[in-house]
Design a protein around this ligand. Structure first.
Ligand code: SF4
Length: 441
């Protein structure tokens, strides 16, 4: 390595938005210390792979990424969820430099320092105060807590990440304010269980501006809503206090959007899954929320083929969907994860049945999605622009989270800019996307 040049690190970030936040934190620190990011493994001084270990397929993807880094570079540091159980990695790649679990930022940095010491350069040490974002500049994920107090039987996150540890409200708000000042227009609030925020802190208050703010879901959402950016709430469980946040949505303080991973509807399956808030009457709640806030968009994920799921459980789920009219839906076929307690449950569902149920659920949802989107034709929607083209730009309405939901394609006579929020008149809808023309800036 040329001793005068900044050391170059190639970074691979796998997994969910929460892992992306970890990656951003590590990169921010590395940039602050004068490291540069390399575009390719080949030619970099070392590679960091932030892994995901949630499902066996994610583990395979992580191992593949480590293998690639070993082949193309040879100096590899592994971190993230899969690092919590290092045996598999050590077995496949005994020569990786270090393996650490999620959120172990300090250990990752120590490993980097050992492998490639930092070079002091005052120009490189200058860092934008908002940190380095891997997400586009106009939106950013805001992680409000780590870990989880629930013990869903199919999930090993609590084992990997431990119990819930929330950030103080003013710490979250400071980060959010910095992001908005740096040009972020949309904040995506993430954690394993967003509505449980602050339980571990007993909702302690912390000073923010001229007031004290409680570390509580409602209070944090209200304060975030004052910052002038779109605020989108993800991974919310339907605990009773979520009802209060719907008020903030009707008032326009936070986006009328809730991402609630219901995972199933049948009481028997939910019980076997040990899902939080499963006992609540969700259909009645959803109805009440929509009455209170008619623009509310609901996103959810479901698992089909969970051990013991019968035909009638699955039919229950389909009927429930017809009633609930979930706007956006993701569905997974159940996969056993090493270390999950659901592996010991009886009644494994054959693969063909899982696939048939997956297809049936997605077909049902396609219809629901198309019907719900059709109701938007003729309306005006605010659209945040993600990608620009010569005459049509691709963006999202308040009802669409980045990467997981649909898009709004907007025609415009003047070229639009990424991150710009425009008003579009919606002219047509298909199953998942909307199409329209700019009607105002
Ligand atoms: S709520 Fe359940 S699925 Fe989500 S992280 Fe916690 S234990 Fe896992």
């Amino acid at each position: 390595m040329d001793q005068s040049a900044a050391p170059k690190v190639s970074f691979v970030s796998l997994g969910c938005p929460k892992a992306l936040v970890d990656s951003e934190r590590i990169i921010t620190r590395l940039r602050a210390e004068g490291y540069e990011l390399a575009r390719k493994h080949d030619g970099a001084d070392l590679v960091i792979v932030n892994t995901c270990g949630f499902l066996d397929s994610a583990k395979q993807e992580s191992l593949g990424a480590i293998g690639e880094a070993m082949a193309e570079n040879g100096k590899v540091i592994v971190t993230g969820c899969m690092g919590a159980e290092p045996e598999q990695i050590e077995k496949a790649y005994p020569n990786v430099l270090s393996i650490t679990g999620p959120q172990q930022y300090e250990s990752v940095l120590e490993a980097v320092h050992r492998a490639v010491p930092p070079v002091h350069n005052p120009h490189l040490d200058l860092l934008p105060p908002q940190g380095i974002k891997l997400t586009p500049r106009h939106y950013a994920y805001l992680k409000i807590s780590e870990g989880c107090n629930n013990r869903c039987t199919f999930c090993i996150i609590p084992k990997l990440r431990g119990d819930l540890v929330s950030r103080q409200a003013n710490d979250v708000l400071r980060e959010a304010e910095r992001l908005v000042a740096a040009g972020v227009k949309e904040l995506l609030v993430v954690s394993q269980d967003t509505s449980a925020y602050g339980i571990d802190l007993k909702y302690a208050t912390s000073p923010w501006k001229d007031r004290e703010v409680r570390a509580k879901f409602y209070d944090l959402a209200r304060e975030l809503g004052e910052l002038g950016a779109w605020v989108r709430l993800q991974y919310v469980y339907p605990y009773p206090h979520v009802d209060e946040v719907i008020d903030l949505m009707s008032e326009g303080k936070v986006l009328p959007y809730l991402d609630i991973p219901f995972q199933h509807a049948s009481p028997d399956v939910l019980k076997q899954m040990r899902r939080p808030a499963a006992q609540d009457k969700t259909l009645a709640r959803i109805k009440a929320w929509r009455e209170q806030c008619p623009d509310l968009t609901l996103r959810s994920t479901f698992i089909v083929g969970f051990p013991g799921e019968t035909d009638s459980d699955f039919q229950y789920l389909l009927d429930w969907l017809d009633e609930a009219q979930i706007d956006r839906l993701g569905c997974f076929k159940y996969e056993p994860v090493a270390g999950a307690t659901s592996n010991n449950l009886e009644g494994a569902v054959p693969e063909e049945t899982k696939t048939a149920r997956w297809n049936a659920l997605m077909a049902r949802q396609k219809k629901i999605s198309a019907q719900r989107l059709k109701r938007k034709v003729g309306t005006r929607q605010q659209v945040i622009i993600d990608e620009v083209g010569p005459s049509v730009a691709k963006g999202r309405s308040k009802a669409d989270a980045p990467q997981i939901d649909g898009s709004v394609y907007v025609a415009s006579r003047r070229p639009l800019k990424v991150g710009e929020i425009v008003t579009a008149k919606i002219e047509s809808a298909d199953e998942y996307d909307l199409h329209g023309t700019v009607a105002g800036f």
